[in-house]
Design a protein around this ligand. Structure first.
Ligand code: NAD
Length: 555
């Protein structure tokens, strides 16, 4: 089968750059996909389209779509086109949503088998995935926050143990090296390890634990950074390291533990066994995966007791371990609450931009602009310098940068002007992760232990999607869990195209301002000081109802 790659250059196949941009983003997620043949982009099952006929139909439709039309997509399948207007989204989609009582893995897989639904992950189904870089700054900021909190702002000489070198997990070795640490990443799949070495995200590999530990020890003694990929199963390797009484400074895991059938590989299984048992006895496979996760999380808890900083990196590993009898699994912190919530409270989150021309120079020019014009923002300036040095591009050149309310609009409008002035080789798409202030409800990841107890209230991402539709975004999506995630989360995605026109400027300003406004309002509503300060500082129009004294009119 011919490999799909995103179109580069100035030639359009669609009726304007807005549609062309969305088509290139769809191609780009497939270019970066873990398993293109099955349309799986990342996260074990996260798909770009329901099936190949759906993919081809989406491509053909985008090529014909007028600017005053909107394409409707239901779980990766194009359903129809409606006549709207030139400021309406060109694409709206809902992926993997099931109502509460039916939102269970079994029911999801049943529907999937019948071809009625698919899981879009977060950024796979709505064509926003940019490879491992998408979460790399988040992982880096976690390591930096841990460094500030526990290690005098210095991770040199520190040992990080983690697992999972898949689409997202492979951000870990690079983020670890950028933070100056020695990081050991365990993965059962040698091919995935090789892929990361080839892409420059990982430095060394071995199948021997002794060798891996020796490389880590040498690096920590010499205060040098290193990333080591160890071929092995985390459920076996973590307890073994513990048995040797080697206590890492930081421990985490980013295997696809959210999914017991398609994600986490149980201890003792060869990769070839997994597919066979998945077909013949999925229940046994899930049970074995659950037991293995329990063993791994028990070791993580022991590491914590012995002094390691241990955290769940957003893969539901504690939830699975708890189901399989590890009653104290939630003693492990979730990364959002432990390290990132003060940023989210100000709606600072993983914003990203993608060069639709395919030219790396476009991203380099935007990097330069940020270094000059955002000089006061230490987090983003430090990050852009590091990213420029360390992060290889995957697919269309892209950059992630944690920016907040007002900053995103400032950057996007400046870039739109750069496109208008012909300084860039082509338009730029702006988007963000779903793990953003107003965009996600996930009581075991994003919204665990919210100050006001609103962890499971899913009105916010739904309001977020409606806000962005009414603010003229180019693509808006509402996602919910699939696979092992079913019933755990709801999220919303948004994409905009800076094509250098005045109309794009209006769309960018309205959507980006309102997207982060909703995020700040959510955290303000939950009582976070940083959000209340942001409301005050940035003049956000918040309605305070707690002490409302107005006269109510009754019919
Ligand atoms: P993926 O399916 O691409 O990769 C998972 C990797 O784990 C594979 O390389 C696989 O070989 C390996 N693996 C599975 N079982 C293992 C075991 N027992 N021991 C060692 N290695 C094992 O998934 P991904 O896209 O990398 O995502 C990983 C997890 O991170 C998912 O649960 C995803 O939902 C979550 N995630 C978190 C964030 C965040 O912001 N923190 C963002 C995106 C995804």
């Amino acid at each position: 089968m011919e490999q799909i790659k995103a179109q580069r250059g100035a030639d359009l196949r669609c009726k304007s750059w807005r549609q062309e941009a969305l088509l290139r983003l769809l191609e780009n997620v497939l270019e970066n996909a873990e398993d293109q043949e099955n349309l799986v982009v990342y996260g074990a099952l996260g798909k770009a389209a329901r099936n190949w006929p759906s993919y081809h139909a989406i491509v053909a439709t985008l090529k014909d779509l007028e600017e005053d039309e909107t394409l409707i997509i239901q779980s990766g399948k194009p359903i129809g086109i409606i006549k709207t207007h030139t400021n309406a989204p060109l694409v709206i989609m809902a992926n993997g949503n099931l109502v509460g009582q039916w939102a269970k893995s079994d029911h999801f897989y049943e529907l999937q088998k019948k071809g009625l639904i698919c899981w879009g992950g977060l950024t796979a189904g709505d064509w926003q995935y940019i490879g491992s870089q998408g979460v790399i700054q988040g992982t880096y900021e976690i390591f930096q926050t841990i460094a500030r909190k526990y290690f005098h702002s210095d991770l040199s000489g520190r040992f990080i143990l983690t697992a999972g070198l898949g689409g997202m997990g492979s951000s870990q070795p690079l983020a670890g090296v950028m933070a100056g640490a020695a990081i050991l990443c365990v993965d059962v799949n040698e091919e995935h390890i090789d892929k990361r070495i080839k892409s420059g995200y990982l430095q060394r590999k071995t199948a021997e634990l002794d060798v891996a530990l020796r490389w880590i020890q040498e690096a920590t003694e010499n205060k040098q950074s290193v990333s080591v990929g160890l071929i092995g199963n985390a459920a076996e390797i973590y307890p073994e390291i513990l048995k040797r009484d080697i206590i890492p400074d930081i421990v985490s895991d980013q295997t696809a533990a959210h999914d017991l059938i398609y994600g986490y590989i149980p201890a003792g299984y060869r990769l070839t066994d997994v597919e066979t048992v998945r077909q013949s006895d999925p229940e046994r496979l899930a049970n074995d995966a659950g037991q293995s996760i329990a063993a791994e999380v028990s070791a993580m808890l022991q590491f914590k007791r012995k002094g390691s900083i241990v955290f769940d990196n957003g893969n539901n590993i504690r939830t699975q371990a708890f189901k399989y009898g590890v009653n104290d699994a939630f003693d492990i912190d979730i990364f959002t609450e432990a390290f990132l919530r003060p940023l989210f409270s100000r709606a600072i989150g993983p914003f990203r931009w993608i060069a639709l021309s395919g030219e790396a120079e476009d991203i380099n020019l935007i990097d330069k602009y940020i270094l000059k014009e955002f000089a006061e923002n230490e987090i983003v300036v430090n990050w852009i310098r590091l990213a420029h040095k360390y992060v290889p591009f995957q697919g269309l050149p892209a950059r992630i940068g944690w920016l907040g309310h007002g900053e995103r609009t400032r950057l996007a409008l400046a870039v739109n002007q750069m496109v208008a002035d012909g300084l860039l080789k082509g338009p730029i798409a702006f988007t963000r992760d779903h793990l953003d202030a107003g965009a996600m409800t996930h009581p075991n990841i994003m919204t665990e232990r919210m100050k006001d107890g609103s962890d499971a209230v899913t009105d916010w991402p739904l309001l977020n999607a409606m806000t962005n539709c009414s603010s003229m975004a180019d693509l808006v999506a509402i996602h919910s869990g699939g696979g092992g995630y079913t019933g755990y989360m709801q999220s919303a995605g948004v994409t905009l195209v800076a094509d250098g026109t005045e109309a794009a400027g209006k769309r960018l300003k309205c959507t980006l301002d309102n997207d982060t406004t909703l995020g700040v309002l959510r955290y303000a509503d939950a009582g976070y000081e940083e959000a209340l300060d942001e409301v005050h500082q940035k003049g956000i129009h918040r309605i305070e109802t707690n002490n409302y004294q107005g006269v109510e009119k009754h019919a």
